[in-house]
Design a binder for this molecule. Structure first.
Ligand code: ADP
Ligand code: MG
Length: 332
C-alpha cells in the first residue's frame, strides 16, 4: 500500500476540516494551496495580496516545511537518520534548535514527552497496520533504550551525543515546521493566513472582515466537529488516537506511546493545545495525551499563555479555564 493510500481515511477527515475552515461564502476568496508533505496534507491559505504574490509567499512557506521534513524525518538519508546511525555528531542550527526544544519539553513534562521513543515506535510499527502487539519482553527491551536524559548537547547545542539512544522528532518537528512556514509568510509581507498541516495549524490575522474559523475534529466521528472555533493568533495543535492506529482483537493501538509503560497511552482520545508557537503546542499536545486528562490539564495550567482541551478515554470533554478565551466557539 502506498503511504497516501494508507492514510486515505485520516486525510479525508483533514480535508473536511479544511473545507469548513475556508467555507464557501460569497465575496472575495482567499488564495489556497494544498500539497502532500510530512506524511500529511498541508494547506496554506492566504488572505489579501493579489494571486501572484500570494502564490509566491505560499511557495516559500511550502519550501520551509519541506526543508524541515527533509532534515528531520526518520527516513533513510536525512540528517536525523545519519545522527541516529552515528550515535551523535554535529548538527545544523535547525536540528540543534528542535533537539533543544524537545529536551526542554522532556524535562518540563517529566519525560511524558520523550524524543528517544524511537526504538518503541519501531517495535510497535503502527503504520504497518493490523498485527499482534509486541510481547512484554520485547517492550521491556525497547524501553531499556529509551531515556531523553542520556542525550548530551554541547554548550552551543551544535554537537550532540545521543548516549546510545535514538531520536524521533515526530511529536515536535511538524510544529516547528509550521512555525517556519508562518515566519516565511510574514517575511513575504503576508499578515493574514493559516498554515494547516493535517489539522495542526497556525492562524494569523483575519479572513477579511471576520476571524478565521477552524473545526476541531471529533475523535470518534470523522464527519463531525467537536467544536468550531475562531482562534486567537497562534497555534492550535491536536494529538489523537484516531489518525494513526490499528485495531487488533478489539483493542486500539496508536502512535502516541507512554514512555513509562512502553505502550500506547490510554488516558485520552484527543488533546488540542493552543500556544503562541506551534512547536510548543505540538510537544504539549503529545505530552498531555500521555499524561491523561487530570495530570495533563494540570500541566497545561502551569504553562503561561497556554490553553487546552482534552477528550478523555471515556469521551468526556474537559478544558483549561482560558481555552474558550483563546479559541472561542463560533456558530456553525
Ligand atoms: P501527529 O504527528 O499525528 O500530529 P503528535 O504530535 O501527537 O501527532 O505526534 C505523534 C508522534 O510523536 C508519533 O508518531 C511519534 O513519532 C512521536 N511520539 C510518540 N510518542 C511520543 C512521546 N511520548 N514523546 C515524544 N514523541 C512521541
Ligand atoms: Mg505533538
Amino acid at each position: 500500500m502506498t503511504r497516501l493510500a494508507r492514510w486515505a481515511v485520516p486525510l479525508a477527515a483533514v480535508a473536511l476540516v479544511m473545507a469548513y475552515a475556508y467555507g464557501r461564502r460569497p465575496g472575495p476568496a482567499p488564495f489556497t494551496e494544498t500539497r502532500f508533505l510530512m506524511d500529511t496534507l498541508v494547506t496554506v491559505t492566504v488572505w489579501g495580496p493579489p494571486e501572484p504574490e500570494a502564490r509566491a509567499a505560499a511557495d516559500r512557506a511550502f519550501a520551509a516545511l519541506a526543508a524541515v521534513d527533509q532534515e528531520m524525518a526518520r527516513v533513510e538519508g536525512t540528517p536525523l537518520w545519519e545522527l541516529n546511525r552515528a550515535g551523535g555528531g554535529r548538527v545544523s542550527e535547525a536540528l540543534a534548535s528542535v533537539l533543544a526544544d524537545a529536551l526542554a519539553w522532556a524535562r518540563r513534562t517529566g519525560g511524558a514527552f520523550d524524543p528517544t521513543v524511537a526504538p518503541l515506535l519501531d517495535l510497535w510499527d503502527i503504520p504497518r497496520g493490523p498485527h499482534p502487539p509486541p510481547s512484554p519482553l520485547a517492550v521491556e527491551a525497547a524501553l531499556s533504550q529509551v531515556g531523553w536524559d542520556r542525550i548530551r548537547l554541547d554548550a552551543g547545542g551544535r554537537t550532540v551525543d545521543l548516549g546510545r539512544t535514538r531520536v524521533d522528532l515526530g511529536g515536535i518537528a511538524k510544529g516547528w515546521a509550521i512555525d517556519r512556514a508562518a515566519e516565511a509568510l510574514r517575511t513575504a509581507g503576508v499578515t493574514d493566513f493559516i498554515v494547516n498541516a493535517g489539522g495542526d495549524l497556525y492562524v494569523a490575522g483575519r479572513r477579511g472582515d471576520r476571524p478565521w474559523r477552524v473545526g476541531i475534529q471529533h475523535p470518534r466521528d470523522q464527519d463531525r466537529f467537536l467544536r468550531v472555533v475562531a482562534p486567537m493568533e497562534g497555534a492550535l495543535v491536536t494529538s489523537g488516537d484516531y489518525e494513526r492506529f490499528y485495531e487488533w482483537e478489539g483493542r486500539r493501538f496508536h502512535h502516541i506511546l507512554d514512555p513509562r509503560t512502553g505502550r500506547p497511552a490510554r488516558g485520552c482520545q484527543s488533546v488540542t493545545v493552543w500556544a503562541p508557537t506551534a512547536v510548543d503546542a505540538d510537544a504539549l499536545s503529545t505530552a498531555v495525551f500521555v499524561l491523561g486528562p487530570e495530570e495533563g490539564l494540570r500541566l497545561l495550567e502551569t504553562q503561561p499563555g497556554v490553553e487546552g482541551l482534552v477528550v478523555a478515554a471515556d469521551g468526556t470533554v474537559r478544558e483549561t479555564p482560558g481555552f474558550a478565551r483563546v479559541a472561542p466557539e463560533v456558530r456553525r
